[in-house]
Write a new protein. Structure first.
Length: 132
């Protein structure tokens, strides 16, 4: 956003790292690391690694691209809430937003196909939300 003259600084608005890029936003920022960790998923080490499914027993790896996209999108959305609306989402808020969005994305999977796998992923993601 700094290169597009939208932001006045290239620093991350959350952790103040000197240079925020796409990988920092979805993985290297301490906020992103906390979200991935809370989900029980490893943060991607590169943008290419984002598409590589972490081995999680009992979960269909074919659903992973949608999970990774949902997490990445909500991390970006949370960052934009901070930058443009001065809303500082807690990582719990972002976790809830990930689950809420993914619960809607389930409907994009074919009804005649395996609809159980996306719901298993939703249950996995939902288990990260603390009850408080």
């Amino acid at each position: 956003m700094f290169h597009k003259h939208i932001a006045q600084s290239a620093a991350c608005p959350r952790c103040q790292d000197l240079y925020e890029d796409a990988l920092h936003l979805i993985s290297n920022c301490s906020y992103a690391e906390q979200v991935w960790s809370s989900l029980g998923l490893p943060a991607p080490t590169s943008l290419a690694a984002l598409h590589q499914h972490p081995p999680i027993q009992g979960l269909n790896p074919n659903i992973w691209p949608s999970v990774a996209l949902t997490v990445s999108w909500k991390l970006r959305d949370s960052r934009n809430a901070l930058v443009f609306r001065k809303e500082d989402h807690s990582h719990r808020t972002t976790l809830r937003n990930i689950v809420a969005d993914f619960s809607l994305w389930i409907f994009r999977f074919k009804k005649n196909g395996d609809n159980i796998s996306p719901r298993q992923w939703l249950n996995f993601l939902s288990s990260a939300i603390p009850y408080s």
